[in-house]
Write a protein that binds this ligand. Sequence first.
Ligand code: GLU
Length: 432
Amino acid sequence: MLRFAPSPTGDMHIGNLRVALCNYICSKQRNEPLVIRIEDTDIERNIEGKDHEILELLALFNIEYKEVIYQSAQLKYHRAMAIQLLHDKKAFNCFCTPAELDAKREHAKKAKKPFRYDDTCSHLPAEETLDNTNPFTIRLRRPQDDITVVDAIKGRITFSAFDVDSFIIMRQEKYPTYNFACAVDDMISDISLVIRGEDHMSNTPKQIAVRDALGYTKTIEYAHLPIILNRDGKKMSKRDDASSVKWLLKEGYLPQAIANYLILIGNNVPKEIFTLNEALEWFSLSNISKSPAKFDIDKLKFINREHLKALDPKELSRYVGFADDDIGALAHLYLEESGTLNELRAKIEPIFAEKTVPQQYQESTNILKPIIQNAPFFEEYADFQKYTMQHSGLKGKDYFKSLRLLLTGAEHGPEISDIYKYLKNYLAEVVK
Ligand code: GLU
């Protein structure tokens, strides 16, 4: 079983989507189900409705899954496991107050040492613990040995037992911390491979320590995907618009192009343009680069254009707001100069709108317009051209620019003969 574990705390970041795609691909390749775990235990940071938004995006990207688990619904297991650990003396109650801990943290900072819990409460006699009515947290007893993580991308990394620390697994209010909930849930769901962002790397030994303490012997494989950098070489953050999947979709990038791009970056792939289904055949975590991936919107635009080109005319037509093969074919012509659906719409919409003509072509378009409006239907552009040229008396640039302006509202664009092919049945709607 694999899992994708988003937190419903904000818009889906491209890094999260990349993690979801990799999980989906690996689950298909391994023939193991994928579960979606909504990590909603940080109540203060949860945003109403984000869970549904995430699920809608997964559907849009064709990421199939077996079921959705809400982490908050697992609380009974988290509590039961914490009690088990206390019973086995693998965990202990900690009565240190936040103020005391802050003072120790400050002390460590002054001494330029990382703060680790000093185990003040780890050996309190049982009677003392039972009689104490003060608030307490529950901490996992730090492991005896160092913990080595074998990562499919990063290789072997050993964390010292000191750094794993006697960390808090249950807060004073008896709700689990992220590391504890995550470790227990991965165990309960029988997860075999965890794919997630490398910002979670330092959590991994803690989560392994939890399961070791619970006596769980199955080894879970890990793959931590490197971060995605923006053009300035900084981590893509909320401040980068393009980091939001919703924003990219709104700009008119197709889901299949975004997926293609997110599988491509920081990876060694056999070809540049592909579908998710094709990626199932060759994707391998072992080909993912250890160093950060770089996000380049121009490259994404190039890939998007290729996916737009691959759409059949009817689909492309629908995307630009029409329902006709001819308009799809017309839109196709404009793909040379547009890389997103928004850019494409900005080319197609003026064709059907009232035209504004530059001063210098005012006179010639005024002559040509009624002639086109009253002309008989011509199947061939050559015949149409001959007729309208003769009847208008216009020549050369005056004729061609005016015709282009009347047909498209723009001074430049694809070949007029190509445009005519797809607009000849719409001249009444176009030339107005
Ligand atoms: N909820 C975490 C996140 O959104 C992911 C945790 C995990 O995959 O283990 O970053």
